[in-house]
Ligand binder design. Structure first.
Ligand code: ACO
Length: 293
């Protein structure tokens, strides 16, 4: 993606990490005009991503980034466009408080890092840039992809996760988020998982989290969710949906609350013979980056 200004002047690194401040390194902090360019780049990327996902409105924009505690990883190719550089794509992540269902159907409150938006420009897709960006984020966060939640992943993204990280078995949810086998087991030691009582004083727990993506979708009210593989979670958001937007992000994590080992659905993946754990350990031993390093 080319712009009428010098990308290398704004983004000095191959991957820049942007947040609420819209600052990409010292240079842009000192130059308000460069911040305007940064906003232009983010807006343009957000629009292109929305178009690629057939959303009627972007879920990523400079103003949204300024108002939400998300992080946006931006990848450039500094050599292209006569040395001015081109923007290759972006990956947006953020912590979300979610109500999830484990394999046994137990409601679990969690606040995992979520992939919220991900886009590589059309002509550069399937060249390994997505993997480069995603791996960069994983290393930066010192995280494994299995520990993350994915906000309504597109078919391309699901294929990407299956290919590069062997994430194929999702645990069915009733919201738009996808988590994969191992999420509940491995997150118990590193993140916040809390069993949620089925009844709250003011009524039943409704494990739905309405996110930016869903807000956009509700605005559309046209196309159904285009992807429904055999193992994919239930995509329908019930009309009883508690429209409680989980917009709060928490960069500082609360102390872990461990789910009792007796929770239904945990027994299978806790088994020392679990092929999942074997596979995961094998992968871990090949890759030194991650929470178990
Ligand atoms: N069709 C099917 N699978 C695809 C496609 C495609 N057109 N493009 C990428 N993939 C998957 C495949 O598994 C592919 O492997 P293969 O070529 O052997 O089949 C693999 O990704 C390629 O890996 P990379 O080259 O590292 O990925 P890429 O640079 O293309 O980035 C991404 C992946 C971000 C999904 C990109 O394809 C894209 O921007 N797609 C359009 C926007 C989109 O769907 N974003 C995800 C939204 S959901 C969310 O953000 C939570």
């Amino acid at each position: 993606m080319e712009f009428p200004f010098d990308i290398n002047q704004i983004f000095s690194e191959r991957v820049s990490i942007l947040d609420q401040t819209l600052v990409a390194g010292r240079r842009s902090a000192e130059r308000p005009d460069l911040q305007g360019h940064i906003a232009t780049v983010i807006d343009e990327l957000g629009r292109a991503s929305a178009k690629a996902q057939q959303l009627t409105a972007p879920i990523t924009s400079a103003s949204k980034l300024q108002s939400q505690r998300h992080q946006l990883y931006l990848l450039k190719d500094g050599e292209s466009s006569g040395g001015r550089g081109v923007v290759v794509g972006f990956l947006k992540v953020g912590y979300k408080k979610l109500f999830l269902l484990d394999r046994g159907g137990v409601h679990i409150e969690a606040e995992p890092l979520c992939v919220l938006d991900f886009y590589i420009t059309e002509n550069l897709q399937r060249h390994g840039y997505g993997l480069e960006l995603f791996d960069f984020m994983l290393q930066h966060k010192n995280l494994e992809p299995m520990l993350m939640a994915y906000d309504r992943p597109s078919p391309k993204f699901l294929s990407f996760l299956a290919k590069h990280y062997s994430l194929t078995q999702s645990v069915p949810q009733v919201n738009n988020f996808v988590v994969f086998e191992g999420f509940f087991f491995f997150n118990r030691s590193v993140a916040q998982l809390r069993k949620v009582p089925l009844k709250k004083p003011d009524g039943e727990i409704k494990p739905y989290s309405l996110m930016e993506r869903e807000v956009v979708r509700q605005e559309q009210r046209t196309l159904p969710w285009p992807f429904a593989p055999p193992h994919s979670p239930q995509r329908l958001v019930s009309s009883q949906c508690s429209h409680s937007l989980s917009m709060r992000s928490s960069p500082s994590r609360a102390p872990p609350q461990v789910v009792p080992p007796s929770c239904p659905g945990c027994s299978r993946i806790q088994s020392p013979q679990s092929p999942l754990i074997d596979r995961y350990r094998e992968r871990r031993s090949r890759n030194s980056c991650g929470v178990f390093a």
